[in-house]
Design a protein around this ligand. Structure first.
Ligand SMILES: N[C@H](CCC[C@H](N)C(=O)O)C(=O)O
Length: 282
């Protein structure tokens, strides 16, 4: 079986996008795990399906590179909007995209038929979300012991779970040592994405992200939102600002109710891959 795919990225967080409008009935989790491999596969942080939807224009389904299903992906949804517009699935510049964490509204900035940037209404953050059973009552802050350190975590869900940690020296912080220990900490039965945040000024954060099911990525859209919300709540930044990630900058607004995120998306290449029948769901 030949699968056609499109490779895209949002600030270096990269994805394999596949049209699944005619349900191909494949084991997408196993396919994501194999196709996302950098050395033996196409290479990506995730695999994204374009599915039909009764709730929105289309449904975005996102698998991490370890094959786990995620509820939402902030960088992938910008790629998704650009993909739909420039490949002719829609002529609309305002899209409603269904996800496993609800319908998100996208506003495309188009110039001569090319999507220059995408603004996403990311919805409202959830504190002490059902995905993060937090022992600390009436607070999203929890303390955990990791690698002989006591860390204060602000647990916020953007539809997917995030642990936000404020640090002084982001550049030298042991992200790759502590990231997996927090991701897999027993307090988080759904595992968790981990954002390490350094405040640059009252409108600018710098963050590095250890993503659940992936590892450290160049950028994480939902993570940028969670980090910004936690920073606003702690009075560290104003309601509108920039999040600087390894792969680039996202502009974020949190009005106390909803989070809006704006940034670019890019095509990388189109391709075809042959897969064997073991991926076919019977
Ligand atoms: N690893 C995330 C999904 C991808 C999120 C990230 N790539 C983004 O841009 O939001 C999770 O398991 O919740």
């Amino acid at each position: 079986m030949i699968l056609e795919f499109t490779k895209m990225h949002g600030l270096g967080n990269d994805f394999i996008i596949i049209d699944n409008l005619e349900d191909k009935r494949l084991n997408w989790s196993k396919l994501a795990e194999n196709l996302c491999q950098r050395n033996t596969g196409i290479g990506a942080d995730g695999l994204v399906l374009v599915n039909p939807s009764h709730n929105g224009d289309y449904k975005m389904v996102i698998y991490n590179s370890d094959g786990s299903l995620a509820q939402m992906c902030g960088n992938a949804i910008r790629c998704f909007g650009k993909y739909l517009y420039e490949k002719g699935y829609t002529k609309e510049e305002k899209l409603s995209i269904d996800t496993d964490s609800g319908v998100k509204i996208l506003y495309l900035t188009v110039d001569n038929g090319v999507v220059q940037s995408v603004k996403v209404d990311m919805g409202s953050p959830i504190f002490q979300p059902e995905l993060i059973p937090v022992n600390a009552p009436n607070s999203a802050d929890i303390k955990i012991q990791v690698a002989q350190r006591e860390l204060t975590i602000t647990a916020i869900s953007m539809g997917n779970p995030h642990a936000v940690i404020f640090v002084e020296d982001l550049k030298n912080y042991p992200v790759n040592e502590l990231g997996p220990l927090i991701e897999n900490h027993p307090l988080f039965p759904q595992k968790i994405n981990v954002e390490f945040v350094q405040i640059k000024d009252d409108q600018t954060l710098a963050i590095r992200v250890w993503e659940r099911g992936v590892g450290e990525t160049q950028a994480c859209g939902t993570g940028a939102c969670a980090a910004f919300v936690a920073s606003v709540l702690k009075g560290k930044v104003k309601f509108h600002g920039e999040v600087h990630l390894l792969g680039g900058i996202l502009t974020i607004t949190y009005d106390g109710n909803k989070v809006y995120k704006e940034g670019p998306a890019a095509f990388v290449f189109e391709g075809k891959v042959e897969i064997d029948s073991s991926y076919k769901l019977i």
